[in-house]
Design a protein around this ligand. Structure first.
Ligand SMILES: Nc1ncnc2c1ncn2[C@@H]1O[C@H](COP(=O)(O)OP(=O)(O)OP(=O)(O)O)[C@@H](O)[C@H]1O
Length: 278
């Protein structure tokens, strides 16, 4: 049976408990960001479909994402990488289990509170840059805050723009920028509101290797220099080598992890998994 298509009978586990107090996260001391987990999950389970066609995309995953760390999620196609990211980020509902952003349990939050939590505390970078073509680079960077009616912190914005290395391109529209520059604008947009955590789903998947390296170097420096927490789904051992830690998924479970990865060690581990799956 192919990965992710395993079926199993319903378990008696109950869905997540009651919703966390909606405004609880506002009271979390931001000094605390240096400690504990930026995101975590316990028994995270995601089924798609029902009965005979049920797909178990995540199978009781326990995970901790360290603050101020760059974590890569790897695994074969269909192993559940995107589903894990989406469930951790509150973009998708879970079937069973619990997940937290910082100290706030997001499983069980009402839609409105979840939307606000995503807006206030999470940044996203997707494979498609998702920039608005009629806006300049700077306008794209500040758009989410403009929509939320939040005034950007000028000092922070300046730091992000410096780190992203696009100061001389801020008045350009996306069509006047290279793919790598567009993705760096998308990275700056994700960072601008000081999110507690950034989730990237194959952020370099659409880029040539040089542009991909630019974006990865930027993500790395945002962790080193700005203390950002990043979780990135990738297929690419070289991209994973920019991370502090790699989580390996197979069949909807975390099956291994690696600290201080290099392209060669990640590739060797992936090859070993592929051999043992055959
Ligand atoms: N909306 C959906 N409906 C039904 N099944 C789904 C849905 N989304 C994902 N799946 C299934 O869940 C499993 C995990 O999918 P997921 O996209 O998380 O894997 P992945 O590791 O990110 O794969 P890839 O590397 O190919 O993007 C797969 O078997 C997939 O077919």
């Amino acid at each position: 049976m192919s990965p992710g298509n395993r079926r199993r009978p319903p378990t008696p586990t109950s869905p997540s408990g009651g919703p966390a107090e909606p405004d609880a996260y506002r009271r979390i001391d931001h000094e605390d960001r240096a400690k504990g987990s930026a995101a975590s999950a316990r028994g995270l389970t995601k089924w798609y479909g029902e009965g005979e066609t049920r797909v178990v995309a995540l199978d009781e995953v326990d995970v901790e994402i360290g603050r101020g760390r760059f974590t890569a999620i790897m695994g074969p196609s269909g192993s559940g990488k995107s589903t894990l990211m989406h469930c951790l980020a509150g973009l998708d509902s879970v079937t069973f289990g619990h997940s937290w952003i910082g100290d706030t349990e997001i499983t069980g939050l009402k839609d409105r509170d979840l939307t606000r939590l995503r807006r206030d505390r999470i940044g996203f970078i997707f494979q498609a840059f998702n920039l608005l073509p009629t806006l300049t680079a700077l306008e794209n960077i500040t758009l989410p805050m403009d929509i939320a009616g939040v005034k950007p912190d000028k000092g922070w914005l300046d730091t992000v723009i410096e780190t992203v290395g696009l100061r001389d391109r801020l008045k350009h529209r996306p069509s006047e920028l290279s793919g790598g520059q567009q993705q760096r604008v998308a990275c700056a947009r994700a960072l601008a509101s000081k999110p507690q955590i950034i989730f990237g789903d194959e952020p370099t998947g659409n880029l040539d290797s040089r542009s991909g390296a630019e974006v990865l170097a930027f993500l790395r420096s945002s962790v080193n220099d700005l203390g950002q927490t990043i979780v990135m789904v990738t297929h690419d051992p070289n991209a994973a080598s920019y991370a502090d830690r790699v989580l390996f998924l197979a069949d909807g479970r975390v099956v291994d992890e690696m600290l201080s990865p290099t392209s060669d060690t990640v590739l060797a581990r992936m090859q070993r998994f592929a051999r043992s799956a055959n």
